[in-house]
Design a protein. Sequence first.
Length: 193
Amino acid sequence: MANELKYGDKIHLQNGYGGFRGGYLDTNSGNNAEGAFYGVSTTATPTRAPGTGTWEILSASDKAAGQPVLSGDLVYLRNTYGGDGGYLDTNSGPKAEQKTAGAKFDVSTSKVKDRAPGTGHWRIFAQTSATTNGEHVRVGDTVLLWNVYGGNGGFLETNGGSTDENAAYDVCTNAYFNRSSNVADWKIHKAQS
């Protein structure tokens, strides 16, 4: 089928806040949390620097490269900055102001797939699809990404401004799947290899 997302594909993730003006998921600067590699925020363009906004989708349940990604699958997201910008990971607590809105964990990258059990595992749920045939996730779909750390690591979202250079919004996880204005919606775009 056309536009089916496959394991090994490289993608950009555009945040849905304010009518998809929440920016693109991006690695930016360092992170002081133990085991963290790069900080994660959003930025206005998927190409702020080479590879910072590009994520390779990998199976967390041993599906081979080239197999289709299905709604409900467990995935890893590996950033391509510098050849390997690390794996999207929950690590440490959110900012105090984020906690008041249900935030659970800060988000960064880690050099390993799972810094602790489940911190790098994300369950991908297609919210809308270009077609309703089957359970496939497709380019152009809007998805939710739910972290499984501790049985419920929360939904990936934008929450508040970021102090990172050329960044738009900070990224964390939240207990609520969409606490406000589609902040947990992420639209999939195919990256140019």
